[in-house]
Design a protein around this ligand. Structure first.
Ligand code: ADP
Length: 473
């Protein structure tokens, strides 16, 4: 495909040259010839009329001699490179600039017909057999007393005209060659601006098609070609990135599934072969139960994430009281809080605060944030959940005074499977998926979630929700 595009362009280039040549050789040639003939005929006709009105008329009026007129005609013959005749209407030659005056031997142009020129004032041919070569002949009538007494005929060899025409055509051919060579510039531009970038782009697409998404190429132009190349590059890098993410995701999922499964398998085997005595079974079965719970949680989280992605941003929105959802979610953590003697303090703006959102998903967000806050809080501490209304938005904040998040980790906590080193000791059940689910849900609502955290001091997660419009529902 690549070669043909270039060949096609070359072919078009040569076709252009060929037709240019044909045009000059045919149209330009015939037009030039016609123009030159007309111009010459015009000039000669003026000359003929002048002679007819002066010397020739004088001759017929006997005001001058034949020899005197002959001299004039000879001079004009040389000057015009033409043959000049004065003939009678019957065709009898009175004077011929090419031969001496010979009264005895009269030359008669047989079949002479003054109307041969038709509507124009010149004719091309051998003039009634008077010449062997083609001539351009013009004639002007010599009138005296309202009668045509004779004609002044000027013959100009067509060969001379053909010669002038060819000289002019040579200039045209030369110009054509110059133009043809100059249009090579277009070929160079085409090569540089279209062909070479296109070849690079094709090469790159071949690389991408064969799976090498990391293939990089550069097209240094700011036109459409450059834009196409940049878009292609960007597309490939995005595909490569999502492939890498996919790989990382699968690796993380496998790792997170393998570790609880290994420990479950280990404990069960130890119980079966008696390494763990029956009186200890309860303790280890509890550990196994914990691990299966973790696996269930992981599977559920993965399913949630998958649904969020595949169903896109499909939300089941309704108007509900966010304060009530906060109270309910906080209440569901009562047992866990009692164990760690943690208190959840609710600072809620007004009694009811209506928002327009997907209630189930927002409940999950609150659950994830509270779960994290409790997990990463020290014993005997307070977790504050606060709602505020500002600029038609409800802001919900979940604030703890736990271990905090190291500065470098702040950007990473939203990534799937990310768990900070600091948290690993405290939270063995964590999957690292909670916050990414949370972020996806909030983004799906077109809202934002932020975190403010200081290592060792605590963390505050704040997300926004749209206030329910009074006209809605
Ligand atoms: P996990 O299920 O492991 O809690 P998340 O996505 O919810 O996963 O959280 C990711 C990481 O962010 C946690 O492992 C922890 O390091 C950090 N993190 C989240 N919330 C808090 C918090 N309130 N205090 C300290 N660290 C937190």
């Amino acid at each position: 495909m690549r070669k043909t595009l270039y060949l096609k362009f070359l072919l078009a280039y040569f076709i252009f040259g060929f037709f240019g040549f044909i045009a000059v050789a045919t149209f330009v040639s015939s037009m030039t010839m016609e123009h030159l003939t007309r111009e010459k005929a015009d000039a000669l006709y003026k000359e003929a009329t002048l002679i007819a009105n002066t010397y020739a008329a004088d001759l017929y009026n006997n005001e001058t001699s034949l020899d005197a007129v002959k001299k004039q005609l000879d001079a004009l013959d040389t000057y015009l490179s033409a043959t000049l005749w004065i003939i009678n209407p019957s065709g009898r030659m009175i004077l011929d600039s090419q031969s001496p005056v010979d009264v005895e031997n009269e030359t008669v142009i047989s079949d002479f017909n003054p109307t041969v020129t038709g509507s124009s004032y010149y004719t091309v041919g051998n003039f009634f057999g008077g010449f062997t070569e083609e001539q351009l002949s013009v004639f002007a009538p010599i009138t005296s007393g309202y009668k045509v007494r004779g004609y002044v005929v000027i013959h100009y060899p067509m060969n001379n005209l053909i010669y002038s025409c060819n000289s002019l055509l040579n200039i045209s051919y030369l110009m054509l060659i110059v133009l043809f060579l100059l249009s090579l510039i277009i070929l160079i531009f085409f090569t540089e601006m279209v062909y070479l970038p296109l070849r690079k782009i094709t090469e790159a697409t071949e690389q991408y098609a064969s799976g090498n998404m990391h293939y990089e190429f550069q097209v240094e132009s700011e036109d459409e070609m450059g834009y196409l190349a940049a878009s292609l590059n960007y597309m490939a890098s995005e595909i490569a990135r999502s492939e890498d993410d996919q790989k990382k995701f699968v690796a993380n999922v496998s790792h997170d599934f393998r570790s609880p499964l290994t420990s479950i398998k280990g404990y069960l085997e130890a119980m079966l072969d008696g390494t763990i005595p029956p009186e200890m079974h309860e303790k280890y079965l509890n550990i196994v139960l914990n691990e299966t719970e973790r696996l269930t949680k992981l599977t559920n989280s993965l399913l949630t994430l998958n649904n969020l992605n595949t169903r896109g941003m499909m939300l089941d929105k309704c108007i509900f009281d966010i304060n009530r959802i906060i109270r309910d979610t906080a209440a569901s953590f009562e047992g866990t809080c009692r164990q760690k003697t943690i208190a959840i303090e609710l600072i809620l703006t007004s009694d009811e605060l209506f928002v327009n959102a997907d209630v189930g998903k927002i409940q999950q967000v609150l659950y994830n944030l509270l779960d994290n806050a409790i997990k990463f809080s020290h014993r005997d501490s307070i977790i504050k959940v606060e709602t505020t209304e500002k600029h038609n938005k409800i802001f919900v904040s979940v604030k703890d005074s736990g271990i905090g998040i190291p500065k470098d980790d702040l950007k990473l906590i939203w990534d799937r499977f990310y768990k900070s080193d600091l948290s690993r000791g405290k939270d063995k059940k964590g999957t690292g998926l909670g916050l990414s689910i949370t972020k996806e849900i909030i983004s799906a609502h077109g809202e934002h979630i932020n975190v403010i955290s200081t290592e060792g001091v605590g963390s505050e997660f704040i997300f926004s929700l749209p206030v329910a419009d009074d006209n809605e529902d």
